[in-house]
Design a protein around this ligand. Structure first.
Ligand code: GLV
Ligand code: MN
Ligand code: MN
Length: 422
């Protein structure tokens, strides 16, 4: 494939070096860990800022601690094209989830500076903090703060490891939480013409189709319970007859198998839906094979492109919990659900990006995003948003996540042309 859209090999080497520098800052076993609003994320942003500044790109942090790297346009008064993605990762995740979109924007900006091709309007690359829900349960923290959508309840969300609230971590990272809590956008949203996010696909579809580029049509929303507690009655595993037990593990197993059956039915009914229960445990201090489990904790999330599907499936789960509670003498306690709305990408931008691929002979396909992205918040705030997916290998949210730099440069070339075309 080689060079694309006029990006010569020097830019591919630059991108590769940036990826490796950030990997070195965040290495954790065979993967990387960049916690939302954590020290590593802060160091990564500082490194990106130094890199940008050395190329003559203006850098600043907004009140939520997100990094902005701006090439001023020929007409500075016009609304900017904003490219971006997130700098954080899941625990022991891959290096490209999020980072690819930031490096792509930065490489485009560096090219504009080096080759003295000022864009018509300002071109800004934002490195967002806190996109991964793995740390505080809620996704899109940095972009939500930017858009004036973080509440005091959100700032009280507890860190998965320490239990400290998000407020504490945001302040440590230099954010102005008083300002964030005012609930107003941190920049004038009329100054943003469009939001463009390049991201790895994180799934097998592009690889399977043999196409390097995906043009994202929409982004799934979700509901997530970080911790549902099932309360039964603990007891001696040998002494209690079956009819007299309130076994929390069998109750949760029953619930999860009913949810999976319902999921199949909803798929047959034509719904877009994925369901995951990811964190599941009994009481680690006291559980033993000889104890009937009296308590189980588990997480549950479901994702769909349809809000009606999400609402309906949530009601169906609640009804199953009531039925199981009645039949088995257990009780389910739900924590406050964390909700993210589905989003639709801007139709005109989608069509333009598809046309650009077709004209340049780039293998592409239109594709919905199963994963969440900051672009969803921009779209739902009424800002035209679009995403370019880059094919990647071995999925994502795991240390084996991989990407070919040629594919990345193809996507970056598209981003460059798309940004200049707006
Ligand atoms: C973001 O990575 C998500 O969980 O969709
Ligand atoms: Mn992710
Ligand atoms: Mn991501």
């Amino acid at each position: 494939m080689g060079t694309v859209q006029g990006f010569d090999a020097a830019y591919a080497r630059l991108a590769g070096a940036l990826f490796e520098q950030v990997r070195a800052l965040s290495r954790d076993g065979s993967g990387v860990t960049r916690a939302s609003y954590g020290d590593v994320e802060t160091r990564v942003l500082a490194h990106l800022a130094r890199t940008a500044a050395a190329e003559g790109i203006a850098t600043s942090y907004d009140a939520a601690g997100n990094l902005w790297m701006t090439v001023s346009g020929r007409d500075r008064s016009r609304p900017a094209v904003v490219a971006g993605s997130h700098a954080d990762s899941v625990p022991r995740g891959g290096n490209y989830d999020g980072l690819a979109g930031i490096v792509a924007g930065l490489v485009c900006a560096i090219r504009m500076c080096r080759e003295r091709v000022p864009p018509e309007r300002p071109f800004t690359t934002v490195a967002f903090r806190g996109e991964e829900s793995a740390w505080f349960g809620k996704p899109y923290l940095g972009s939500a703060a930017l858009l004036g959508k973080l509440t005091d309840k959100d700032l009280a969300l507890q860190h998965r490891d320490t239990g400290y609230p998000l407020m504490f971590y945001m302040r440590e990272a230099g954010a102005d939480t008083q300002r964030v809590l005012r609930g107003e956008p941190l920049v004038d949203l009329r100054s943003i013409a469009a939001y463009l996010e390049l991201h790895i696909e994180q799934g097998p579809v592009l690889e399977d189709a043999g196409r390097p580029i995906g043009i994202v049509t929409g982004i799934r929303g979700n509901f997530r319970y970080r911790t549902i507690r099932c309360l039964g009655t603990a007891g001696h595993s040998g002494a209690v007859p079956k009819r007299m037990r309130q076994d929390a593990v069998f109750a949760v197993a029953d619930l999860l198998s009913r949810i999976e059956e319902a999921w199949d039915e909803w798929l047959l009914g034509g719904h877009d839906l994925v369901v995951t229960s990811g964190v599941l445990h009994t009481n680690a201090d006291t559980h033993a094979p000889s104890i009937i489990p009296g308590e189980v904790w588990f997480s549950l999330e479901a994702r769909s492109r349809s809000q009606e599907t999400l609402d309906g499936f949530r009601r169906a789960i609640a009804a199953e919990c009531d039925a199981i509670g009645e039949a088995r003498g257990v009780r389910f306690e739900f924590d406050e659900p964390i909700l993210s709305a589905p989003a639709t990408m801007d139709g005109a931008l989608v069509e333009r990006h598809a046309r650009m691929c077709a004209e340049r002979g780039i293998g592409y396909m239109r594709i919905p995003s199963g994963a969440g992205h900051d672009a969803a918040l921009f779209a739902n705030a009424g800002i035209p948003a679009a995403m370019i997916f880059v094919r990647n290998q071995h999925g994502s949210h795991n240390p084996d996540e991989a990407m070919l730099i040629d594919d990345f440069m193809l996507g970056t070339g598209l981003l460059y042309e798309a940004a200049l075309a707006i």
